[in-house]
Write a protein of this length. Structure first.
Length: 320
């Protein structure tokens, strides 16, 4: 329990600081927030490019599932944080439950939901603070279980999948959109360094990255980027929370395949999430460049020139 408390406290502190600085965790209502120096939440356009695309992906999966039944889907989001995705899914008409360890995140999510201008037209929505394994959900309570950047916080992936299977109905699906920082490569870090140097030379990036004078400086900066992209400090410890990166691609994908029949699998991006919030040209140029970086990132991953460090998995509960 002590470890879970530390995990919750990390995100309690994070959301409290963000809210104090003016953050609005609602992709329809968010405003420019300069507190975020290199994060998509810095500007609504970046939010559309980043979180908006994630919503479109997950929403399209759920719409296909909804076509198979008359009643609104019952959706559980595990690790919902301050609730922006759960809120949007409810706005799409689903019956949504958002669950998170962080009570402060849940309080923020509830406050946003209560003041939602689309409150009267959306589907049912509730938020719960607690441990997924102690949730008390009845067997077969949901038609879909969604993980957006939360599954990699669980070390015991088989235990997670067993609980997902339990709470899903017989035709239920799991949707996982997850980072896989264990697949970060030196090649990825080198490419990101190149982008930073070029953007910095044009005074268009938040962090000055001078053209390296020699190979030693070059290699040192690449090593630093490698750690940053893995969300690790110099000693290899997690910088976001105690259980960040508890599972990598190998562990997550193997557990998902073991428990669910794969319906869809996509390798996604390598770097753009960690770049676009740092753009410092005029906003119109920033918006165009952010989309270009995202689309180029996806293209380079498909060509095999960069290693994707996130994936989307959709699976159906296996027949007994």
């Amino acid at each position: 329990m002590e470890e879970l408390d530390r995990e919750a406290q990390a995100f309690d502190s994070q959301i409290a600081e963000r809210i104090r600085q003016g953050h609005i965790p609602d992709i329809r209502l968010t405003q420019p927030c300069e507190y975020f120096y290199n994060n998509s939440w810095r500007h609504p356009e970046y939010v559309k490019i980043d979180m908006g695309e994630q919503l479109d992906l997950i929403g399209s999966v759920l719409r296909r599932r909804q076509c198979l039944q008359a009643k609104p889907l019952r959706v559980l989001e595990v690790g919902c944080g301050p609730g922006w995705l759960s809120l949007e899914l409810a706005r799409l008409g689903y019956r949504v439950t958002g669950l998170d360890l962080s009570s402060d995140c849940i309080n923020v999510a509830m406050k946003q939901a209560q003041s939602d201008p689309w409150l009267e037209s959306r589907g049912a929505l509730e938020y719960i603070a607690g441990d997924f394994f102690q949730s008390g959900f009845a067997d077969g309570s949901f038609d879909a279980v969604v993980f957006l950047g939360s599954l990699h916080h669980f070390a015991d992936q088989r235990k997670v999948m067993a609980e997902v299977e339990r709470v899903l109905g017989s035709e239920g699906i799991v949707v996982a959109h997850e980072p896989t920082r264990d697949r970060m490569t030196e090649g990825n870090a080198t490419f990101i360094h190149l982008l930073r140097v070029i953007l910095s030379a044009g005074k268009g990036y938040y962090q000055e990255t001078p053209i390296p004078a020699d190979i030693t400086v070059h290699e040192k900066e690449i090593s630093q980027i490698y750690r940053e992209m893995k969300y690790e400090d110099e000693s290899g410890e997690n910088v976001q929370s105690a259980h960040d990166n508890d599972a990598g691609h190998k562990e997550m994908y193997a557990a998902l395949l073991e428990s669910f029949s794969e319906l869809e699998y996509q390798e996604r991006y390598a770097f753009f999430h960690e770049m676009i919030g740092g753009l410092r040209f005029g906003q119109a140029t920033n918006n165009l460049l952010a989309r270009y970086l995202r689309d180029t990132d996806g293209k380079l991953c498909k060509l095999g020139m960069l290693q994707p460090t996130e994936f989307l998995f959709v699976g159906k509960k296996k027949a007994l």
